[in-house]
Ligand binder design. Structure first.
Ligand code: NAD
Length: 296
C-alpha cells in the first residue's frame, strides 16, 4: 500500500482516484469544489483540508488539473511540504513548457517527477484503461509505473521531462485533423448519394481507416457506441479538443514546426465552439461542416 495525494478530483481525477483506492492504496484527496470532494469521499478517498495537508503525508502526489497555470501554482504551493524523494505525477494535459517548469520545481525540492497525460477520456478513467504517456527520467518512470497500473490499459515511456505532453498533443492533433477528415468524407458522401453504411463498409477496411472512423464514427449507425448515437453528448468535449489543438499550435510555434492542417483544425474547432458547441462531443463538428457553405 502506498499513500497517494490526489489533487484535482474532477471528471477524470475522481474515477482515477477511485481505482487507486480499489487497488488498495491510501488516497488523500483535495479539490476546490465541495461536490467533487463528496464524490471522492464516497469512493473511499480521505479528504484533506488543503493541498499541502494532502501532500505532507504522501509518498506519491498525482495532479489532474485543468491547465499549466493550476499545475504550476499547486507545485509551487506544495513542493516544500512534500516528503523528501516523493514522486510527483502530473496527469493533466498542459503545455510542454509548463510541464518542464513543473519538473524543475520538483527537482529543486529534491522530488522525483513525471508528466503523465492520458488518453481514453472519462470512460477509460472509470474502467482503469487509460493510456499514459510518460515523460521523465528512467528512475522516476520505474517508480511511477506500478502506481499508474490500476488506472491504465497502457503505459508508454516517451522520454525525458515534457515528452509525455509532447506525445499527447501530437496524438490529439492527429485526432482533431482525422475527425474533420472523416466528417468531410461523410458530408461529401451524403451529397453524392452514397449511404453512411456503404462509405463505412468501404473506408473501414480500406486506406481511409482510422480511429475517428471505426471507433468514434461521427454519424449514427455504423459504430453504435459512438457519441453520434447519443445526441453528440461527450465523450470528449469540443472545448477540450480545442484546448489540445491550441497546445499543439503553441508548441509548433515555439519550435518552428509547420503544421498547416493542425492550424486549420484549431481554427475550425474555434468556430465550432464559438457557435455554441463547446459542450458538444468533438465529433459533432460534422453537423457544423454539413451546414457550411462551400467557398468558391
Ligand atoms: P475537470 O475540470 O473536471 O477537473 C479539474 C479539477 O481540478 C476540478 O474539479 C477543479 O475544481 C480542480 N482544481 C482546479 N484548480 C485546483 C487547485 N488549485 N487545487 C485543487 N483542485 C483544483 O477536468 P477533467 O475533465 O477532469 O480534466 C482534467 C485534465 O485532464 C485536463 O487537463 C484535461 O485536459 C485532461 N483530460 C481530460 C479528458 C476528458 O475526457 N475529460 C481526457 C484526457 C485528458
Amino acid at each position: 500500500m502506498t499513500t497517494i495525494a490526489f489533487i484535482g478530483l474532477g471528471h477524470m481525477g475522481n474515477p482515477m482516484a477511485a481505482n487507486l483506492v480499489k487497488a488498495g492504496h491510501k488516497v488523500l484527496g483535495f479539490d476546490l469544489v465541495s461536490e467533487n470532494l463528496d464524490t471522492a469521499r464516497g469512493n473511499g478517498v480521505t479528504i484533506a483540508d488543503n493541498a499541502k495537508a494532502a501532500v505532507a503525508g504522501a509518498d506519491v502526489v498525482i495532479t489532474m488539473l485543468p491547465a499549466g497555470k493550476q499545475v504550476l501554482s499547486v507545485y509551487e504551493a506544495v513542493a516544500k511540504a512534500a516528503r523528501s524523494g516523493a514522486l510527483f505525477i502530473d496527469s493533466s494535459t498542459i503545455d510542454v513548457d509548463s510541464a518542464r517548469k513543473a519538473h524543475a520545481i520538483a527537482t529543486e525540492n529534491g522530488l522525483l517527477s513525471v508528466d503523465a497525460p492520458v488518453s481514453g477520456g472519462i470512460g477509460g478513467a472509470a474502467a482503469g484503461t487509460l493510456t499514459f504517456m510518460v515523460g521523465g527520467s528512467d528512475g522516476a518512470f520505474v517508480k511511477a509505473e506500478p502506481i499508474l497500473k490500476p488506472m491504465a490499459g497502457r503505459i508508454v515511456h516517451c522520454g525525458e521531462a515534457g515528452n509525455g505532453q509532447a506525445a499527447k498533443i501530437c496524438n490529439n492533433m492527429i485526432l482533431g485533423i482525422s475527425m474533420i477528415g472523416v466528417s468531410e468524407a461523410f458530408t461529401l458522401a451524403e451529397k453524392l448519394g452514397l449511404s453512411h453504411k456503404a462509405l463505412f463498409d468501404v473506408a473501414s477496411t480500406s486506406s481511409g481507416q482510422c480511429w475517428s472512423l471505426t471507433t468514434y464514427c461521427p454519424v449514427p449507425g455504423p459504430v453504435p457506441s459512438s457519441p453520434a448515437n447519443n445526441g453528440y453528448k461527450p465523450g470528449f468535449a469540443a472545448a477540450l479538443m480545442l484546448k489540445d489543438l491550441k497546445l499543439s499550435q503553441e508548441a509548433a510555434t515555439s519550435v518552428g514546426a509547420a503544421t498547416p492542417l493542425g492550424a486549420h483544425a484549431e481554427a475550425l474547432y474555434a468556430e465550432f465552439g464559438a457557435a455554441g458547441n463547446e459542450g458538444s462531443d468533438f465529433s459533432g463538428i460534422i453537423n457544423y461542416l454539413r451546414d457550411a457553405k462551400r467557398e468558391g
